[in-house]
Design a protein around this ligand. Structure first.
Ligand SMILES: *[C@@H]1O[C@H](CO)[C@@H](O)[C@H](O)[C@H]1NC(C)=O
Ligand SMILES: CC(=O)N[C@H]1CO[C@H](CO)[C@@H](O)[C@@H]1O
Length: 456
């Protein structure tokens, strides 16, 4: 089975003018970058950076876990980005991952393990007015800590909040009223809401840290981090099962959305990856769900198949998909893979891309094990997690450049096409219109770094 695409050692050729590019060097071996892309390390020294986004003036806001929200002015063309004038926007050590901004850029949202906070935000002053108001409460668990936020751009006043399980295999998640392992929908203009009062978009989602809305058709997707240390029929199968999952939730503006309020299996059913290692697998295929049980496993498999929503795609177990972001046309879904701990050979530790078709669905079938194409990865994963970057949050800037945080190393990277153009053509076209600090000569002379890698 093809588990991992191997990279050869990347060759870095820096052709850019020294003064126009930041030259930060990482404490670990230079990452491998796929052909056609360029990557650059643009910030270090952050406190476990997680979610990030760009405001209406093109400033970068990033959640530093245990510190709060920080802002930077962003300058430079191509991959030669500099982050300047760091400013603390919100100082709150409880904030740990989620961040969102309203369409008009004036309301900022962030999450802690227990609550979602709302702030009046001023992008001119890079500041918030007063304290945040807790608009959603009651999410604390002993297990998962992230509460991913997603504001729908297709439906007004719908804030999606994803909450994970209380423990690895959390049997309380079989009760929809408990509120564990769910994505719920809230009206962000209301205050003082309990998490369990939200409308359930999906449940049985162990820890759906990545949540995204396809801009082309409004389809909502989530990336689920699946269970560790699982056994079936008393046999350890955790090395190559269960799969991480990409689940489909339909459109929020569809009053007859057939996926609304559906159960995706956890804690009873799990996506299969390596079916040969699953006892009594029968004709179970990659991407179908199976039951974990001491007895009756095969009987329960039919329940998982018939009564639970199957993933639309599966990924290698333990790769840990954290953030997912579509490009403007909904043709590519980018994924950060935070990386494994519960397996012998480290996997994940990369940013990858999934192709989507004009029908708003992935081009690969649900049985595929090759839906992810790596863009940037650690060149020596045997040293992970110790000497590796660990991708966490993703964000687009107005020029269509894609940024990601690495929480373990306190870093931010930018990804562009070879030659410096943004990865998102549509944003690059509109965002590159003459603005305050756009410089045509800069674009031409900033050939930046060419990084070559070959897929084996
Ligand atoms: C990869 O990392 C491991 C563990 O730190 C180290 O022993 C090994 O020499 C490294 N391999 C290369 C090719 O650098
Ligand atoms: C639902 C089902 O098939 N239950 C069976 C599980 O296994 C026990 C022991 O073999 C049977 O007694 C049950 O009927």
């Amino acid at each position: 089975m093809l588990n991992q695409i191997l990279f050869t050692i990347a060759v870095l050729q820096a052709r850019a003018l020294a003064q126009s590019c930041p030259t930060l060097s990482a404490s670990y071996p230079a990452p491998s970058v796929a052909s056609g892309y360029e990557a650059r390390l643009i910030a270090q020294g952050l406190e476990r950076p997680r979610g990030l986004l760009f405001d209406d003036k093109g400033n970068l806001l990033v959640v530093e876990r245990g510190r709060g929200i920080s802002a930077f002015n962003v300058n430079g063309d191509g991959s030669c980005v500099t982050l300047e004038n760091k400013k603390a926007v919100v100082q709150d050590e409880e904030l740990n991952h989620g961040i969102e901004l309203s369409d008009d850029g004036k309301t900022l949202y962030a999450s802690s393990i227990d609550s979602v906070f709302k702030y009046e935000y001023d992008s001119g002053g890079l500041s918030v007015n007063g304290q945040g108001e807790a608009i959603i409460n009651g999410m604390r668990t002993d297990g998962t800590v992230t509460r991913t936020l997603l504001l729908s751009r297709k439906s007004k006043n719908k804030l999606l909040v994803s909450r994970g399980s209380d423990e690895n295999i959390d049997l309380s998640a079989v009760d929809i009223n408990g509120g564990e392992s769910q994505i719920r929908i809230f009206d962000p203009t209301q205050g003082g809401q309990e998490y369990t009062a939200g409308q359930t978009l999906g449940w049985g989602l162990r820890n759906a840290v990545g949540v995204a809305e396809n801009p082309s058709d409004g389809g909502v997707w989530s990336a689920e981090n699946n269970a560790d240390n699982i056994e079936r029929d008393g046999i350890e199968i955790h090395e190559n099962n269960p799969a991480e999952e990409l689940n489909y939730h339909g459109r929020l503006d569809d009053d007859n959305n057939p996926h609304m309020d559906k159960n995706y299996g956890y804690p009873l059913c799990y996506g299969a990856w390596d079916t040969e290692e699953i006892p009594s697998a029968g004709d179970l295929q990659v991407g179908q769900q199976f039951a974990i049980a001491e007895e009756n496993a095969t009987n329960s498999d039919s329940f998982c198949h018939d009564d639970r929503e199957a993933p639309r795609l599966v990924f290698q177990p333990h790769t840990s998909p954290l953030d997912i972001k579509f490009d403007s046309k909904g043709e590519n879904l980018y994924v950060t893979l935070h990386g494994s701990w519960n397996r012998e050979d480290p996997v994940g530790y990369s940013v990858s891309v999934i192709k989507f078709g004009a029908d708003g669905q992935p081009t690969e079938p649900s049985t595929s094990t090759t839906a992810l194409s790596p863009i940037i990865a650690n060149s020596n994963t045997t040293a992970c997690p110790g000497e590796c970057f660990r991708p966490a949050g993703l964000a687009w800037d107005p020029k269509g450049r894609l940024y990601f945080t690495s929480d373990s190393t306190g870093e931010i990277y930018v990804l562009v096409k070879s030659g410096g153009e943004g990865l998102d053509d549509e944003r690059a076209a509109t965002g590159a219109a003459p603005t305050t600090n756009f410089n045509t000569f800069g674009m031409l002379i900033t050939a930046a770094a060419c990084i070559f890698a070959y897929f084996l």
